[in-house]
Design a protein. Sequence first.
Length: 515
Amino acid sequence: MNSLETLVFMPLDLDTFVGSERFVDGSELGTAFSQGIRAYLSAEYLEAVERFKAALIAAYVDGGQRAIISERERAIIYLYIGNAWAFAEDWDASLREYLEAVRTDPSLTEAHYNLGVAFAASGQADRAIAAFKEALEHNDGLYEAHFALGRCYQQLNDSVRAYIHYASAREVRPQAGEPLYYMGLMHQRHGAHELAQRCFADALRVEPTFISPETEPQELVNKTDADTAQWYFRLSDDLKNQGAEEEAERIYRALLEWQPEEHRARFLLANLLARRRRWEEAVREYLYIPPQDPFYVATRLRIATVLRLGKRLKQAYNILYDCARQRPTEGQLYVQMGKLLYDLGKPQAAARSLERATQLMDSDSFAFYLLGFMYLVIGKEQWAITAWRRSIELTPGSASLRYDLACIYIRRARHDLAAAELEAVLERKPEDLEATFLLGTCYKELLEPARAIPLFEQVIKAQPNHAQALYYVGACYLQTGNAPVGRAYLRRYDRFVARGGRVARLPHQVVPASS
């Protein structure tokens, strides 16, 4: 549907007299307004329009103090004129008055809502929605606006927005049956009859006197089970994307009540619970998924992650080990088992597990990185270099890994190889001062002081008290024959040390990246 012509909303009244006692104080304005209210309450709407208009005129022409009214009070009169035209079913006239009301007092919530009612009655969907949203800007607890938006979006086949606003309406007014009823119609239209019937029953439970609108017959819609399941999934995904996670959880659970073997729903529900840090509930849902299911490995990896976060390392390892027996070719299992074995103080076993991972996933850069680190831990530095070279081949842009590899080369006095890695690091991270300093050190050791000097000076410019850079740049200037500058830098170094400055040491140990 492309219009809202079938939707009927009631305009809102408000307590006109609060703060406006002089409307009825015997002035010409008060007399006209009182007559308008009496006609309005007697459903004599055309008479009410004339009386209210007379009140507005009196406010303009009567110069007495009692005829002075505020913008809010003037907007209220426009609002009631609009309501009178609306009840007389002259929506064009009501629209004009509501527009005057919001122009006169933009903060009058009821005026924005009633403007939306008039737009909806005129079939102007976008403008109706905008007006209802504006009403919520001024009062986000206005039940009528949430419900109206739900109806508008449902009419426009935007199910998720409709669902969210119905849910918001329920939060504002828990005893209202209408939002539940229309949510049920939405489910029913997509074949989700069990969920629809639950909504209808809940509508009667919270509002026993609720009567279903005759304009909305509860027609049964025949859908295949697959089509109906897709409705559940699509609605849940959209609700999550809109931040309505509690409603998404409710939809997943309803689907599982209808189709307990729908393991995709259980997997997504468990992911949702884990994201909300409801760890134990998430694990229970993951454990329902059997070994033959495509989600089995993913669930066991997630269970292990939850257990690892809870420091239950042995349990986490056992979960993965049992899974690996079922799925021996899943490389990610061995990666995670390797990390757990390292946490358990078993680096040799961790290395074997990671070797298996790299055999199964020979294009996984991270697996090779972890394997290289584990080789370092067990003292197999050359094997570590080989593993890290493979990781860099797979991910050439890995600056942190190139830096770690350069540190190993420096420790092995292979400054030429270290320089190549550090140059690659600085191509991607030219602001990295540690890499800059180390590259300068490599050029110094390679007896290329002219290439080292600008690197050390770059470090000193950023860190004037970098003692090693001061010493090395002084030595490099001396090597190039520029003794005055070299001695100047060395004097700065001596003064720094004399003041108790600390001289850092070159890196001799690689710090592992976060696992």
